[in-house]
Design a protein around this ligand. Structure first.
Ligand code: SF4
Ligand code: SF4
Length: 446
């Protein structure tokens, strides 16, 4: 069935009017020179960790595969600098946990791997193999292997590709800059995925607070002969949080609802982050896998906020030195202030799925003491998933796993809207995370 392109976004539920603070939206990204050393974790994705393929003393080049796994849900890992493997050891990651990593001493030359070449893509099978080999994972933060996402399960019909350029988190502008600075690859990636998966349309969803992106992509699409049927287009969205959350985005773009506990494919959609689709297009042209990442570096402690393109595995401390701090940061958030996670160390490396480093000042990182719930209902009204956060918090306190399941705690996407809207400052997301842990420990219902 032919699908029309939506004339305007559909209504979504809940959300919060967060301040945008996109200080770096107009600033050209800066490429950081090769650091002296990188630490490349063997798990930067959802699924099975990779096994290191190199040992201390080995010489490596940029794009050379250094980690892989036979598991379907995994993604290979590649050297991001050229140089010598110094060690293969456990290191602390920005999550606070520990994991195996390949430590490479850079020779400063950034020499590309001589074996790299554009993959031969002739059909869906070879396309999915190429996506796998690129090492691509969801770059919006999820880290889900892209070849798994694009492998539509038998029995499901997907007709719509949605490209996520909403970037609704305050501060973050890495996707905004990707869409502006790498627009040709964005569109090449969109047309390739749409063609290979035989999709009817592709909707590039951009929040209205990124007018340059909307204008640029619209201009390119108008002149693109591949779009004579107008099946690829830009859909400007209301700038509200969490517009970029997968299920919210699907509703806004298609008026379809992903059923509780189900995936976008169950609503006939595939959602790809804009940086993911551009990285895929670049890989298909050059064979250079995912080895670098653009990050928004911002926050009250940063001297000159900007987007920085760094080799994956660069230590956060090296980025701090490169960008410059005006004061010692009181807190580091990996990601935005709504969904980002506090990192316990500056000595962890950048991973594939990271898109922002927020170095907060003392003042910004102060969290007021929560007071008692006043039953105002704002957390319920604002929840895009129609959950009842205040009740979930109570069930967590009571360790009532049955009630947590009944009230769909596992469907919480941890967007933080409820906590942001709460006048009592209740730590609702932390409670819900605990609740999910209780359900998992007790065996989640189907
Ligand atoms: S309950 Fe979960 S999904 Fe709903 S607003 Fe809170 S964090 Fe977001
Ligand atoms: S928003 Fe806060 S104070 Fe209001 S009902 Fe929810 S938890 Fe209670």
């Amino acid at each position: 069935m032919e699908l029309s392109f939506p004339k305007k976004p559909f209504r979504t539920h809940g959300g919060a009017a967060v301040p945008h603070r996109k200080h770096t939206a107009q600033i050209e990204s800066v490429v950081m020179p090769a650091p002296a050393e990188v630490a490349i974790p063997m798990q930067m994705h959802v699924g099975a960790p990779c096994t290191p393929l190199v040992k201390p003393g080995d010489l490596v080049t940029v794009g050379q595969k250094i980690g892989d796994s036979k598991a379907f849900v995994s993604a290979p890992i590649h050297a991001s600098v050229s140089g010598k493997v110094k060690a293969v050891k456990k290191i602390q990651l920005s999550s606070g946990g520990y994991g195996d990593a390949v430590i490479i001493e850079s020779d400063g030359k950034m020499e590309p791997c001589p074996d790299l070449k554009a993959p031969e893509v002739t059909d869906l099978k070879s396309f999915l193999q190429a996506v796998h080999d690129s090492g691509l994972v969801g770059l919006g933060g999820a880290g889900f292997p892209t070849h798994v996402k694009l492998n539509v399960p038998e029995g499901k019909t997907v007709d719509t590709l949605i490209i996520n350029v909403a970037e609704c988190e305050p501060y973050l502008t890495a996707d905004n800059r990707e869409a502006l600075e790498d627009s040709a690859n964005v569109l090449d990636g969109v047309f390739t995925v749409k063609k290979m998966l035989k999709l009817s349309r592709a909707i590039i969803a951009v929040e209205k607070n990124k007018p340059q992106v909307i204008e640029k992509l619209n201009g390119l699409l108008a002149a693109d002969s591949r779009n004579s049927d107008h099946s690829v287009g830009v859909l400007p969205l209301k700038a509200t949080y969490p517009q970029g959350a997968e299920k919210v985005l699907i509703k806004a773009c298609t008026d379809r609802t992903v059923p509780m506990g189900k995936l976008p494919a169950d609503a006939g959609c595939i959602v790809m982050n804009v940086t993911s689709v551009a990285t895929l297009a670049a890989y298909l042209k050059t064979g250079m896998p995912l080895v670098k990442k653009r990050l928004t570096v911002d926050g009250g402690a940063v001297k000159d906020p900007k987007n920085v393109i760094v080799p994956i595995g660069t230590y956060i401390r090296d980025i701090m030195n490169f960008v410059g701090m005006k004061t010692e940061p009181a807190k580091l958030l990996i990601g935005g202030p709504m969904m980002g996670m506090a990192a316990p160390t500056f000595d962890a490396p950048v991973q594939k799925q990271n898109n922002g480093l927020l170095f907060l000042s003392e003042e910004e990182s102060h969290i007021p003491e929560p007071s008692a719930c006043i039953r105002c209902g704002r957390c319920v009204q604002g929840c895009p998933m129609h959950l009842m956060p205040t009740r979930l918090e109570e069930y967590v306190k009571a360790r009532d796993v049955e009630a947590l399941q009944k009230f769909d705690v596992m469907d919480c996407m941890e967007c933080g809207t409820c906590a942001y809207n709460c006048p009592a400052g209740r730590p609702l997301v932390q409670a819900i995370r605990l609740g999910k842990g209780l359900v998992k420990a007790g065996g989640a219902k189907k």
